[in-house]
Design a protein around this ligand. Structure first.
Ligand SMILES: *[C@@H]1O[C@H](CO)[C@@H](O)[C@H](O)[C@H]1NC(C)=O
Ligand SMILES: *[C@@H]1O[C@H](CO)[C@@H](O)[C@H](O)[C@H]1NC(C)=O
Ligand SMILES: *[C@@H]1O[C@H](CO)[C@@H](O)[C@H](O)[C@H]1NC(C)=O
Ligand SMILES: *[C@@H]1O[C@H](CO)[C@@H](O)[C@H](O)[C@H]1NC(C)=O
Length: 216
């Protein structure tokens, strides 16, 4: 009986001991779980902040970098070319000018109508009209315009220069233009930009082909 009693006494004791042991184990597990949860939250918040910073940097350094679109004349074939002689210099020239507006921005470039001046020796010999339009984001707008150039308005000193060019077999023309427009990024950030064209083309009067074409 005494033994039993002892056992009876011990039993609740050891039970209680076991329970508190389990409880402390529980609370330790809880603590560990909480710590892991906090850790997850911290990592999550840090990752979010880093993501935001990277996004902001990308936005400022890439998306919001407004660049002037490139405005130029592409390679073209001459349709008709008639030239005079060194003694009686003249030229008449027609071609389809492939005008290119290359927009590398992350938004469309809307531009106003404009004119390209073709010049010989600084004197205008013809024009090309660029209608109002837009170049979509990260793309090149292609406009083909009919151009006829004529030496009719050249002064005598420029004509003498043309004479010597004709005898060498190459005439050098330039095209100048300016495209004024607006770039819109993400539908709301707008910036005005102006694109300049300044191209120089050398035309071989024998082959009636564009021998060189360079734009700045
Ligand atoms: C030559 O000048 C006249 C008068 O200024 C002008 O109307 C004409 O368009 C010019 N021709 C060319 C080819 O530029
Ligand atoms: C014009 O082109 C022909 C044929 O390619 C070439 O032989 C000639 O040298 C060129 N003329 C000039 C002035 O470069
Ligand atoms: C083209 O010529 C016109 C005059 O004919 C001038 O007003 C305009 O500024 C010129 N454009 C360029 C880009 O040089
Ligand atoms: C175009 O380029 C030529 C040759 O490089 C230069 O002399 C001229 O000043 C330039 N014109 C413009 C309007 O930029």
């Amino acid at each position: 009986m005494a033994e039993k009693n002892q056992n009876q006494y011990q039993l609740p004791e050891s039970n209680a001991y076991r329970r508190s042991d389990q409880e402390s184990l529980h609370t330790m597990e809880d603590e560990e779980a909480k710590r892991k949860k906090r850790m997850k939250w911290t990592i999550g918040i840090i990752a979010f902040v880093i993501f935001q910073v990277v996004q902001a940097l990308f936005f400022v350094l890439v998306i919001m970098k407004f660049k002037s679109p490139k405005f130029r004349v592409g390679d073209f074939a001459i349709q008709t070319l008639t030239v005079g002689t060194q003694a009686s210099p003249s030229f008449d020239l027609s071609f389809v000018a492939p005008i290119r507006v290359k927009n590398t921005n992350w938004g469309p470039f809307k531009y106003d109508a404009s004119t390209i001046n073709f010049t010989y020796g600084g004197v205008q010999v013809g024009q090309a009209i660029i209608p109002k339009s837009k170049a979509n984001f990260k793309s090149t707008e292609k406009i083909d315009v009919d151009v006829t150039l004529s030496s009719g308005n050249l002064s005598s000193d420029i004509n003498s220069n043309l004479g010597s060019e004709l005898s060498s077999g190459v005439i050098t023309l330039t095209s100048q233009g300016e495209l004024k427009g607006k770039i819109t990024v993400m539908f709301m950030f707008k910036k005005k930009k102006t694109s300049q064209m300044n191209c120089t083309m050398a035309i071989n009067t024998t082959t009636k082909m564009v021998q060189s074409l360079s734009c700045k």
